[in-house]
Ligand binder design. Structure first.
Ligand SMILES: Nc1nc2c(ncn2[C@@H]2O[C@H](COP(=O)(O)OP(=O)(O)OP(=O)(O)O)[C@@H](O)[C@H]2O)c(=O)[nH]1
Ligand SMILES: [Mg+2]
Length: 427
């Protein structure tokens, strides 16, 4: 995992509680990946088997002393914890070790913040960050709110008589959250209008979903280059966690004039922070509007099964259910002796970088979303010439013959077209 931005690498010690959960080992690997995505280098990993976290110190007391020793020997000043910690747990570990503590939630928020490019993504991350800060404010903190986000600075400086600095800070943050939420609501309303327009067009929506870095954006770009209405409108793809933080929708026109909308969106990771899920609800919920989900899996990653479980959990957390799904075992080119492209029912093994693979994907998508299309033969009288040109432009015409009685056309129609042309059907 690498990142193009050149910034100093921070050495860290990872800590995690093993509560006998099957996914623990994978979560610690995931945590290490998240840390390296955030310019951190893992010096040591310290874990403890405990049924539940110590409410005051997360680890047991003896383990904190051991951790302090590990930090000292490795000369590391920062700890990254695998769980979301309470404010007092953070404070107590910091006091017990002399190092700074960042929990899993703060780490993910930091990565999202560094990746956010659009106004929408930036707003969503800022709201989640401020909400995370709110219960963690300390008396000693000097709050510096980002002037760009509005709400801070001059517009909010009043301080009630007797109000402590902590209360002032809390009010400042609450005020800023409400200002940001208002702006977010406006952008979301615009997006909702656009989505409603798309639905009205009666065109099918297909959404790429899955674990971060699985290859969703690469598949999107592969299909846009071949079938995109605008073939230059590519999305950002990169070997990094959370390369994509917004939803992009592209219209794909297939050679036989069928078309559909494809959307690419933010990837998943296990234990996505609640604040983040709430703030990104609109972006994540794009999948909820889809007619078909395409789950992209990094088949070259030894932990791909855990990643699929994470995807399932995240989908139910964001309320996406009951939508038909195709599963893609992607990056098959990186696996030894794996045959691709290959299809077994709704499971495809393929490589996003291979044309034959994209053909197989399109054929599979097509079967799903055009299943309600009607194959029929029409006889269009000669005095209805405009219907022939309408069909030539908007439907899939397989064969066209001129007969004594009119133009005979073998076609595939959408349900709406089938309704309109009912009276001309020969079968
Ligand atoms: N070899 C190989 N590399 C691939 C394939 N698909 C994607 N990649 C690479 O995997 C990395 C991640 O791809 P993206 O398309 O950005 O992944 P994503 O799922 O959109 O990731 P996020 O936006 O972070 O959630 C990039 O470096 C791609 O070039 C594949 O089939 N084969
Ligand atoms: Mg992406």
């Amino acid at each position: 995992m690498y990142d193009n931005e050149q910034s100093p690498v921070q050495p860290v010690v990872l800590v995690g509680l093993d509560r006998g959960n099957e996914q623990f080992e994978y979560q610690m690997i995931e945590l290490a990946n998240l840390a390296s995505a955030n310019h951190m280098e893992v010096s040591e990993v310290v874990t403890q088997k405990l049924d539940r976290p110590n409410s005051a110190t997360y680890f047991g007391k003896g383990k904190i002393e051991e951790l302090a020793e590990v930090l000292k020997v490795a000369d590391v000043k920062m700890i990254v914890a695998n769980d979301e910690l309470s404010p007092s747990q953070i404070r107590n570990i910091e006091q017990g070790t002399g190092a700074t503590v960042m929990d899993r939630t703060a780490l993910i928020l930091d990565i999202f913040a560094s990746r956010a490019k659009t106004r929408l993504a930036k707003l969503q991350v800022q709201i989640a960050q401020l909400q995370y800060q709110l219960p963690r404010l300390r008396t000693s903190m000097n709050i510096r709110l980002d002037q760009q986000t509005g709400g801070g600075g001059g517009s909010f400086t009043s301080r009630g008589a007797g109000e402590t600095k902590l209360e002032t800070n809390r009010r400042l943050i609450e005020h800023q959250i409400s200002v940001l939420r208002k702006e977010l609501a406006e952008i979301e309303a615009d997006d909702e209008t656009r989505r409603a327009q798309r639905t009205k067009q009666n065109i099918k929506n297909v959404a790429l979903i899955g674990y971060t870095n699985a290859g969703k954006s690469t598949i999107m770009n592969g299909l846009v280059k071949r079938f995109g209405e605008n073939q230059d409108k590519l999305v950002f793809q990169a070997d990094m966690l959370f390369a994509t933080l917004e939803t992009s929708v592209r219209k794909l026109n297939l050679p036989d004039k069928q078309s559909f909308l494809l959307s690419d969106t933010v990837g998943f990771v296990s234990q996505l922070p609640h604040n983040l899920v709430a703030a990104f609800r609109a972006t994540l919920a794009e999948a909820a509007q889809a007619d078909l989900l395409v789950q992209v899996v990094d088949y070259a990653d030894p932990h791909y099964q855990e990643m699929m479980e994470t995807t399932q959990t995240t989908l139910s957390e964001i309320g996406v259910g009951g939508i038909p799904m195709i599963t893609i075992y992607n990056k098959a080119d990186l696996r030894e002796s794996t045959v691709y492209p290959e299809r077994t029912g709704d499971i495809l093994t393929l490589s996003a970088q291979d044309d034959a693979s994209l053909d197989l994907l399109i054929a599979t998508i097509r079967e799903h979303i055009f299943a309600d299309h009607v194959q029929t033969t029409l006889l269009i009288p000669f005095d209805q010439g405009q219907l022939v040109s309408d069909l030539n432009e908007n439907a899939t015409v397989h064969e066209l013959t001129y007969t004594e009685n009119g133009t005979e056309m073998s076609v595939t129609l959408t349900p709406a077209q089938a309704g309109r042309y009912e009276q001309y059907r020969l079968d």
